[in-house]
Design a binder for this molecule. Structure first.
Ligand code: NIG
Ligand code: FE
Length: 413
């Protein structure tokens, strides 16, 4: 099956030579082809170029994209979309003046979600999570990472990971899985953090490895949650089972988590709302991708990651949603891109690079998605009739997507 998209007003994020990611000044360049064609064969991008060179034969289906643009689908490298119920009650508590930290300290927050998840069957958890996955696919996400971390018992963590596995098997979207057992300390272990980490290391990790349930390991390295020492312990333990680190750091305080991530060759360090100069310095000339989560800053009214400072220092940056019930109940990458432009002063080119090729790198999928490159999956966004790609972040809150394709197939859910 070969599909030809013809008369594309502008084909965006065209990378003829494969690249892993873009950093610093290069983030402001977004290569495109105006008046383009794109050919898809068996779910993969097989050819593209100017309409002047458009093949006349050799395809079984033609889609006329006149007036519309095509981009690679968004790559959301940080989500927690598998969760039970919601935390709307805490949302109202925060409106009335309680802080996110105070709610967590009173047994709400992550522990609230963990209780709900422990009481929810695997089947119901799957049904709730699949609705969120279908929603984000319609919003243009074509690859995503999903974390555990709302189970906080061995059984409930495994339940989450099995749900992620089922989503991965049942949907054509590329999914990567992260074990985040060390997301918060369960009440039973309030005075015994070592005991909880030992449980994760001695009981959860071997089972995860045995069933092949995760590729990455994460920990919430934060004051009041897990220390740098705990972080190093978990990352070392994960490494023994081949799990690569992708960690939550510098959300509320800077305690050296970035440096621990770099030391352990983390694929990404995520959040970064609070960045000291030495944290930016530590990321230079490393293979660790900084990931900003602007929807989380928006929802919690906390600082935004200092994107300009990081990019001006020559670093790469990826953007992701952090879709979760507590700090970011939204999986909309279009909103993330708008917010990055509006609040973090990223240009549309930088934001689109951060949400495609750099996001793909941050979840180890840069050889499969994130750009218009021959051989990559044809995970595509076909826009409505718009005059420039900058209109996508500009028209915040408005859907500019007409159709989405995964592995070349139109997805209508
Ligand atoms: O990435 N910061 C840690 N974990 C999640 C939110 C946890 C929650 O409130 O449920 C995050 O923001
Ligand atoms: Fe998160």
């Amino acid at each position: 099956m070969t599909t030809l998209f013809k008369n594309i007003k502008e084909l965006i994020q065209v990378r003829t030579e494969p690249i892993s990611y873009v950093s610093g000044k290069a983030m402001s360049e977004l290569p495109t082809i105006k008046n383009a064609f794109l050919m898809v064969n068996n779910g993969l991008i097989s050819d593209f170029g100017s309409m002047n060179d458009c093949p006349k034969t050799g395809f079984s289906e033609v889609i006329d994209a006149t007036g519309r643009m095509i981009l690679p689908s968004w790559c959301d490298s940080h989500t927690h979309i598998v969760y039970a119920g919601n935390r709307e009650g805490e949302f109202v508590d925060r409106i009335k003046g309680l802080s996110y930290e105070a709610i967590a300290a009173n047994g709400g927050g992550i522990l609230n979600s963990a209780k709900k998840l422990q009481e929810t069957s695997e089947e119901v958890l799957y049904q709730q999570s699949k609705e969120r996955l279908e929603d984000v696919i319609q919003l243009g996400t074509g690859a995503l990472e999903i974390k555990s971390g709302y189970g906080l018992t061995v059984a409930a963590e495994l339940k989450m990971l099995r749900v992620i596995k089922r989503l991965k098997e049942n949907y054509p979207i590329a999914v990567k899985t992260t074990f985040l057992g060390a997301h918060a300390l369960p009440l039973e272990y309030k005075e015994n953090k070592e005991g909880y980490l030992k449980l994760l290391i001695d009981e959860a990790l071997p089972k995860i490895a045995e069933e092949n349930l995760a590729e990455y390991i994460d920990i919430f390295c934060e004051t009041g949650y897990f220390s740098v020492e705990d972080t190093e312990l978990m990352l070392e333990a994960g490494k023994k089972y081949g799990l690569i680190p992708k960690i939550h750091v510098n959300q509320f305080t800077a305690i050296g988590g970035v440096q621990a991530g770099v030391k352990h060759h983390a694929l990404s360090v995520d959040h970064l709302e609070v960045m000291r100069d030495e944290d930016i310095e530590a990321l230079k000339n490393t293979k660790t991708m900084p990931v900003a989560l602007p929807s989380c800053s928006y929802f919690l009214s906390i600082p935004y990651a200092p994107a300009r400072k990081m990019i001006n220092a020559g670093l790469p940056l990826a953007l992701a949603t952090d879709y979760n019930p507590g700090s970011t109940p939204s999986g909309n990458m279009n909103f993330v891109i708008s917010t990055a432009c509006i609040k973090m002063k990223m240009t549309p080119e930088e934001a689109i690079n951060a949400a495609t090729i750099n996001g793909a790198y941050a979840m180890g999928l840069d050889d499969k998605v994130g750009s218009i490159t021959k051989g990559k999956q044809a995970n595509l966004i076909l826009t409505k009739q718009i005059n420039s790609y900058g209109f996508i972040p500009y028209s915040f809150g408005t859907n500019q997507i007409e159709k989405v394709y995964l592995k070349g197939k139109e997805i209508c859910i």
